[in-house]
Unconditional design. Structure first.
Length: 242
């Protein structure tokens, strides 16, 4: 059965790329389509992924609501519905669809969602520390020495020492995986703190200071998690190579 494009709800308060319709110059204020000429309107490339899907900048998201919003908007903008339209309309539908897909992929994953929000509010978290978290410093140094010894032992062939190193590395990997889960639990607890700030009515400098404190803590947890995850991956790849 051929699917038809249904008119999307009006006054969605989405950030559009233009304040006037590109086709008839009528005012557009957050509608998917122009009220006058019914031409599709481009979403602003400067809008963030939350506003792109009509969501507030909160970290606890209803997965079903997120999916519903995504599919509702995707049906409206899907390029298949614009193959008989003008080049401009086809380009807009492709651009809108790409933006929606990126937004949905990012926001449906809680870790990516947190990284994205911290990036919006406080700068990128991609510059991960080069040193281990303080409480894991000695453990990580010892593990890295064991990794080097294990790699050297692989070239020399099987031995009791190599088997012992492998067993120790596997145990350390499981320990670090547990540490990663603990960091993720701590991160998810911070989701509640961040979202609770949006319920407050005081605002102003006090609100900004509290937001900055939560963002700083989230950034630290995300940084530590990424460092630990990278070490876990390194150990797993080394063990799987033999």
């Amino acid at each position: 059965m051929e699917e038809t494009v249904k008119a999307p709800p009006r006054r969605t308060e989405l950030q559009m790329a233009r304040s006037m319709c590109w086709h008839c110059q009528s005012e557009v204020t957050g509608e998917y389509f122009c009220d006058r000429c019914v031409k599709v309107q481009p979403l602003s490339k400067e809008s963030d992924y939350f506003s792109c899907l009509g969501l507030p900048r909160r970290l606890s998201i209803d997965a079903q609501e997120l999916e519903r919003r995504f599919y509702d908007m995707s049906r409206a903008f899907h390029p298949d519905f614009f193959h008989t339209k003008t080049d401009t309309e086809r380009m807009i539908s492709l651009g809108n669809s790409a933006l929606l897909n990126n937004a949905y992929r990012t926001l449906k994953d809680p870790i990516q969602r947190a990284e994205y929000l911290v990036g919006l509010e406080a700068g990128s978290v991609k510059d991960i520390r080069s040193a281990p978290p303080a409480d894991l410093f000695e453990e990580i140094l010892s593990l890295q020495e064991d990794l080097e010894s294990y790699r050297e032992g692989l070239a020399e062939g099987p031995s009791d020492k190599l088997a012992g190193l492998r067993a120790k590395l596997d145990s350390d990997r499981r320990s670090l995986e547990e540490r990663q889960r603990e960091l993720e639990s701590k991160l998810f607890a911070l989701f509640g703190k961040w979202d609770a700030l949006h319920q407050r009515e005081d605002g102003g400098a006090a609100m900004r200071a509290d937001k900055d404190a939560v963002l700083k803590e989230m950034r630290e947890v995300l940084s530590n998690r990424t460092y630990v995850r990278n070490i876990v991956t390194d150990v797993a790849n080394t063990l799987e190579s033999n």
